[in-house]
Design a protein around this ligand. Structure first.
Ligand SMILES: Cc1cc2nc3c(=O)[nH]c(=O)nc-3n(C[C@H](O)[C@H](O)[C@H](O)COP(=O)(O)OP(=O)(O)OC[C@H]3O[C@@H](n4cnc5c(N)ncnc54)[C@H](O)[C@@H]3O)c2cc1C
Length: 305
């Protein structure tokens, strides 16, 4: 995509130039630590900026992608020939009112969980070790152990491609296993209100510590990854199928099926995005031919593979 001077000047009328970066290395912004450059990265700090940009991009036919914390994302080595939007400023805010927490989509789940714990609010312990943003967690209906976003969300504020802010009730979010209405729409999550219960601060902290310990014991947290690479197939576990297919430690270039947890593909330090993609495809092929199960990636692919 060619970015004309006119186009860049029009964007600079909406956000300051220091928040516009051309050819930004996406490896810095993803937990896999791979991926080529984004043509343009914009950091957006308030609703007016976001609305004006989205309306402008839709009117002029420029494609854009909303980046959360990049913890479920595989960006092509060739990069992304479009505009990446990051939510910061007012989108990172967290406010607590009784048992309700309202947070911007750019706030981190870990921060919100700790804020909840500090206020003796229970229900979010499961999310404290998930390294995503609130927006990404809504899109993916992130979950772990005994919890899932769908169970604590009251309302979600979104921006439509036409530039309208809507408040969606939980019931119409179409939450499912690692999915929500946002995945199949062009809505941008801007703010979320969560409903929690009063609890005991010590017990909440103890549960968060316990879950963090379980993660450290079972997951390869010392190497870059995007968590579970595949969705859990019905009635089975991706990690077990991959292990039973004899693929523990299977490696292409610097991408490896984790020895600690076969459901994770890790970057041993020098992986490219195509190494990771090749491992994904090989795992899918072998699990399909061995067990006739189609593993679907949970990880979102961005760019051409
Ligand atoms: C070590 C590790 C452990 C993990 N453990 C878990 C786990 O236990 N459970 C779990 O569910 N996941 C887990 N994950 C995966 C990941 O953290 C979650 O899927 C998380 O919700 C992704 O959030 P993100 O902000 O990083 O989203 P990103 O990876 O940045 O983006 C994911 C998708 O959401 C979209 N998106 C992001 N923000 C917005 C927004 N505001 N509006 C519209 N679209 C948006 C993006 O466009 C993209 O399509 C783990 C990942 C790692 C690296």
């Amino acid at each position: 995509m060619r970015l004309s001077e006119d186009f860049l000047q029009n964007i600079a009328k909406i956000i300051p130039q220091e928040r516009m970066i051309q050819n930004e290395d996406m490896a810095v912004h993803t937990s896999f630590r791979v991926g080529g450059p984004a043509r343009l990265m914009l950091t957006v700090e308030n609703r007016d900026e976001l609305k004006n940009l989205v309306v402008y991009f839709n009117r002029t036919g420029h494609k854009y992608f909303i980046l959360g914390n990049g913890s479920n994302l595989l960006v092509s080595d060739k990069g992304y020939d479009g505009i990446v939007i990051r939510l910061s400023g007012e989108f990172a805010g967290i406010t607590v009112d009784g048992q309700k927490i309202t947070c911007g989509a750019g706030a981190l789940l870990s921060q919100v969980s700790h804020e909840a714990a500090d206020r003796s609010l229970s229900g979010m312990e499961f999310a404290s070790g998930i390294p995503g943003s609130v927006g990404g967690a809504i899109v993916m209906n992130a979950g772990a152990y005994d919890g899932e976003m769908s169970r604590i969300v009251e309302t979600v504020e979104v921006l439509t491609p036409e530039g309208e802010f809507l408040t969606l009730e939980n019931m119409i979010m179409e939450f499912g296993y690692r999915t929500s209405i946002i995945r199949n729409s062009e809505y941008i999550v801007t703010e979320v209100t969560l409903s929690l219960q009063n609890g005991d601060r010590e017990e909440i902290a103890a549960k968060m510590n316990d879950l963090a310990g379980q993660r450290r014991a079972r997951q390869p947290l010392d190497l870059p990854s995007a968590g579970s690479t595949f969705k859990r197939p019905e009635g089975n576990y991706a990690g077990k199928l991959i292990m039973d297919a004899g693929m523990r430690g299977f490696q292409i270039g610097g991408a490896r099926v984790s020895d600690k947890h076969c459901g994770f593909i890790v970057n041993v330090g020098y992986a490219s995005a195509s190494d990771i993609y090749d491992v994904i495809c090989e795992v899918q092929d072998r699990v399909k031919s061995r067990f006739n199960v189609k593993l679907e990636p949970e990880v979102i692919l961005l760019g051409d593979f």
